[in-house]
Design a protein around this ligand. Structure first.
Ligand code: ZN
Length: 323
C-alpha cells in the first residue's frame, strides 16, 4: 500500500519502488529528491547524492556549502513544474504512481513554461493559494501593466522587489523589455543569475549594484524582497527619489501594499491560483490527494466538496491506510 508522510520532507513509499524523501533538510534514509532551490525546500547539509535537476544542483551550490552527486533511479522521474528555473515535480512509479508537485505554476511566464502534470494515482499538491479568493490575472497582463508603469515613471529611478530566485529573474526580463536604460541587481541576485543564464542560454544584461555610483532617471534596480525593510534601502530611496514596486502573488491582498509601503504593487505569482490548483488535480486525475504548504485544510475541504478523496498532510501523521 502507498504511504505518504511528512516529517523532515515528504516521505513516499510505493510498493515496487524505493522509499523517496522529497525536500528534506537532513535526509536520513531513502532516496533524497529536491524539487527546487528555494531555501525552505533545500538541504541544510548536502547529502552524498540526490535526485534533482542540473540547474537546481547548480543553484543549490550558490546557496549552500556542498553539492550532492547526481543520482537517478528508473522508478523516479522529474517533470518541469513551472515554478522557478530548474523546478521539478516528482513522479514515483511502482505498483502505483505518486506525483509530488513541489511548488508549481500552470501558466507560461516570460522565459518559463507552465507545468504539464502527468497522470498519477496519488497526488501530493502544494496549496499556497488554496482558497477561492485567489484568482490571478494572466501573467502577460501584469507584464503589460508593469511595462506601462516603467515607461510612465521614466523620469524617476525605480526599485523592484521580489524573491531572489525566480521572481528577480522575471523582473530583470521585464526591465530588459522596457525602455529603461540601465539595470542593476544585488550580488545575491547576480550569483543566482549566473547558472540560470547558462541554462537559458541568455543574459539579463544586469550590472552589479557595486558598479553603481548613483541610480538616476531611466535606471531600474532589482533587489531581493528580504532587504525591503533594511535602512540602506530607505536611504537609497530618499537620496535618489526612487519609486518602488512590490511584485508578488500576495499583492492580490490589499494589505500587501500597506505592509510594504511600495508606490506600486503588481500581482505576479510563481504558484497556481485556486482555479489552477483545481486544474492540476483534474489533469492528474488521482484517487487520493494530499495537500501541503499554506492553505492545506481549506484546499482539502474544497476538493472533498468536489468529490475527491482529499486530506491535509500533517507532520508526523498518516498513511492511506488510515482512511
Ligand atoms: Zn518555491
Amino acid at each position: 500500500m502507498v504511504s505518504i508522510s511528512q516529517g523532515d520532507g515528504v516521505r513516499i513509499d510505493v510498493p515496487g519502488a524505493p522509499t523517496v524523501v522529497v525536500d528534506a533538510a537532513d535526509p536520513a534514509d531513502g532516496l533524497p529528491v529536491y524539487t527546487h532551490a528555494h531555501g525552505d525546500h533545500l538541504y541544510d547539509h548536502a547529502p552524498e547524492a540526490a535526485i534533482c535537476s542540473d540547474l537546481t544542483r547548480d543553484l543549490a551550490g550558490v546557496r549552500r556549502d556542498g553539492v550532492p552527486d547526481p543520482l537517478d533511479h528508473p522508478a523516479v522521474s522529474l517533470h518541469p513544474s513551472g515554478h522557478v528555473p530548474g523546478s521539478r515535480a516528482v513522479l514515483v512509479a511502482g505498483e502505483e504512481r505518486v506525483l509530488h508537485t513541489g511548488d508549481c505554476a500552470l501558466r507560461d511566464r516570460l522565459f518559463l513554461e507552465g507545468f504539464e502534470p502527468p497522470p498519477a494515482d496519488v497526488l501530493v499538491i502544494e496549496s499556497t493559494y488554496g482558497t477561492p479568493e485567489y484568482s490571478f490575472p494572466e501573467p502577460r497582463e501584469t507584464v503589460r501593466e508593469m511595462l506601462a508603469w516603467l515607461s510612465e515613471t521614466r523620469d524617476r529611478p525605480v526599485i523592484l522587489f521580489g524573491y531572489a530566485l525566480g521572481r528577480a529573474q522575471q523582473l530583470q526580463a521585464i526591465v530588459e523589455r522596457s525602455d529603461r536604460d540601465r539595470l542593476f541587481v544585488s550580488d545575491a541576485i547576480r550569483e543566482l543569475n549566473a547558472p540560470i543564464e547558462r541554462a537559458l542560454d541568455r543574459s539579463f544584461g544586469a550590472r552589479s549594484i557595486d558598479d553603481l555610483d548613483r541610480i538616476g532617471p531611466g535606471d531600474a534596480l532589482v533587489l531581493p524582497s528580504q532587504v525591503r525593510t533594511l535602512p540602506f534601502v530607505d536611504d537609497l530611496i530618499d537620496e535618489t527619489d526612487a519609486l518602488t514596486a512590490g511584485v508578488s502573488g500576495w499583492a492580490h491582498d490589499s494589505s500587501f501594499r500597506f505592509a510594504t509601503g511600495d508606490d506600486a504593487t503588481f500581482v505576479l505569482s510563481d504558484h497556481c491560483d485556486f482555479e489552477d490548483l483545481l486544474g492540476v488535480v483534474e489533469q492528474v486525475d488521482p484517487e487520493d490527494v494530499y495537500t501541503i504548504h499554506g492553505s492545506t485544510e481549506a484546499l482539502a475541504t474544497e476538493l472533498t466538496a468536489r468529490g475527491y478523496r482529499a486530506q491535509a498532510l500533517k507532520a508526523n501523521q498518516h498513511t492511506l491506510g488510515e482512511y
